[in-house]
Ligand binder design. Sequence first.
Ligand SMILES: Cc1cc2nc3c(=O)[nH]c(=O)nc-3n(C[C@H](O)[C@H](O)[C@H](O)COP(=O)(O)OP(=O)(O)OC[C@H]3O[C@@H](n4cnc5c(N)ncnc54)[C@H](O)[C@@H]3O)c2cc1C
Length: 308
Amino acid sequence: MAAELLDVVIVGSGPAGLTAAIYCARSGLKVQVIGKTLGGQAAEASTIENYPGFKHITGIELMERFREHVESLGINILNDEVVGIEEFGGVFLVKTSWSGHFKCRALILAIGAEPKKLGIKGEEEFRGKGVSYCAVCDGPLFRGRNVAVIGGGNSALDAAVYLSALAKTVYLVHRRGELRAAQSLIERLNSRNNVVKKLNKVPIEIGGERFVEWIKLKDASSGAEELLNVNAVFVEAGREVRGNFLKGFVALDDKGQIVVDALCRTSREGVFAAGDATITPYKQVIIAAGDGAKAALSAYEYLKGRGP
Ligand SMILES: Cc1cc2nc3c(=O)[nH]c(=O)nc-3n(C[C@H](O)[C@H](O)[C@H](O)COP(=O)(O)OP(=O)(O)OC[C@H]3O[C@@H](n4cnc5c(N)ncnc54)[C@H](O)[C@@H]3O)c2cc1C
């Protein structure tokens, strides 16, 4: 067990966790950030055009600025995974995969969300062989090829628009008859002449020899099947909170989201939560960052003994 008793451990290094870190540091708290991926989902956004102060910035650039800001305050961002948390009379023991244990008096959970799987044949088999959950990370591998994006929300359209600048043809496959994304994204998508919308189509199988060569779709109304020749399938079919290690530790809703009040307090004293991992609606960078600030200020008040 790490000997030092920290004030706060922040789990997650996306917009919520990194903003919480800035506020904790400025309140003079001794803090450790632990995150699996720097920047979280925001680092996967090809373009962010709704974070005030930046009319247009890539997700990676914005998150790099968050990181610089956090580190300039002397805070260490540890790249590791939290696998369990226990409480011993007001002290939390945070267990990680590789770096041992951390002890703290307050916790901020900012674990965000991760892509939902399609759960179809071939998805696991071809993961990393054409099946991807991050267009910005893997898209450049498929320059000049045909690709499919699965989903009809903001993330799917962001991916399709991004890929349209690289791929020969982008098939946007959505199980409903209309897209559910911001109007600005729909307009940008419609301006691309190499994006083919496949609406009312449900993906049922991904196949190929060693790498992805095709995806099979089924028409949601007629049941007719069709095969698209693609070299990659980008899955953007929604996101879910992966907080198995939190079951029984804090209250979760039926979707696995952490239940919080207006001050980012969870069901357990001394434990706060922020961003996409919580029941707060509208999953956006600005909202996650605002939540992170709120959680840190609440943690500060709690540690001072006044409670938020
Ligand atoms: C493709 C795409 C495009 C988007 N475009 C926009 C946009 O244009 N504008 C906008 O406002 N929003 C956009 N979003 C949404 C935005 O990215 C999210 O709302 C925001 O990132 C949520 O921040 P968060 O910190 O709550 O969670 P996340 O960004 O999900 O970060 C969670 C962090 O927790 C870490 N983590 C998870 N589990 C553990 C664990 N057990 N141990 C340690 N660390 C853990 C993750 O690795 C990550 O660092 C987009 C999202 C996607 C996917």
